[in-house]
Structure formats: structure tokens, C-alpha cells
Design a protein around this ligand. Structure first.
Ligand SMILES: [Zn+2]
Length: 127
């Protein structure tokens, strides 16, 4: 029985095992990881629906990816930051933020993962 204020969610066994594997790697619980991933994903999708048409990839150099923001008529420089624990985070120079639409856009860009691969970065986790 779920705790008060909580609901059960059924997922196929393969999905459960995939989440469990990732949770173990991160030292997290299955529930909190699933909650975090699902909510982040939904929020990113909502943001992308709203802002996606105004954003486009321009170029990349060194550890920076340049995104054109048509709405602001500005270029956002999003810096790839490698942390000592092997994780990767993104920092938007324009917003001075790790959590803006430009960062969300870069995480959604297949090109971003190609760039990481080219640089030989194999992030154990992306935050
Ligand atoms: Zn930004």
C-alpha cells in the first residue's frame, strides 16, 4: 500500500530495472529518481513547446555551445562544465543560470551528445 498522499505507478519490469540500475549508480532511491526524471522531463517538454520555436543551434567552440534566441534577439553562450566526479552540467552565460531555457534546449539537442562524444567526455550522469 502506498504512503498517505502517494499513488502507485505501474511500469514494465524492463523499465523498472533500468530505473533501479540508474538509482543504484546515483545512490538514489527508485521513487525519488523516477519522480525527478519524470518531472524534469515534463517541465523541459513544456518549456520547449513554448520556447523551442524561438531557439536554434548556431555553433560550438571549445566548451561552449551558442544558441540563437530569436525572441530576445540575443545569442546565448552555454558552457559545458565537467565536474571532478565525472558529471557534466551546463551554464548559460546570458542568464547566469544552470536552469534556463537555453540550458534545457542544449540538453534536448542531439548535437550536444555528439559534441560530448567528440570531446571524449563520457558523463556518468548529466545534471
Ligand atoms: Zn539562458
Amino acid at each position: 500500500m502506498p504512503r498517505k498522499g502517494y499513488m502507485c505507478l505501474n511500469v514494465p519490469q524492463a523499465v523498472y530495472e533500468r530505473i533501479k540500475e540508474e538509482a543504484d549508480k546515483r545512490g538514489s532511491t527508485i521513487s525519488s529518481l523516477a519522480e525527478q526524471v519524470i518531472l524534469e522531463n515534463l517541465e523541459t517538454q513544456e518549456l520547449m513547446k513554448e520556447y523551442g520555436p524561438f531557439l536554434s543551434y548556431v555553433d560550438n567552440s571549445e566548451n561552449t555551445i551558442f544558441i540563437n534566441d530569436w525572441r530576445l534577439q540575443r545569442i546565448a553562450a552555454v558552457r559545458i562544465q565537467e565536474k571532478q566526479d565525472g558529471s557534466v552540467s551546463l551554464f548559460c552565460e546570458l542568464d547566469q543560470s544552470e536552469n534556463c531555457v537555453h540550458v534545457g534546449f542544449v540538453f534536448a539537442l542531439p548535437k550536444f551528445y555528439k559534441i560530448l562524444k567528440e570531446k571524449g567526455i563520457k558523463p556518468r550522469s548529466i545534471r
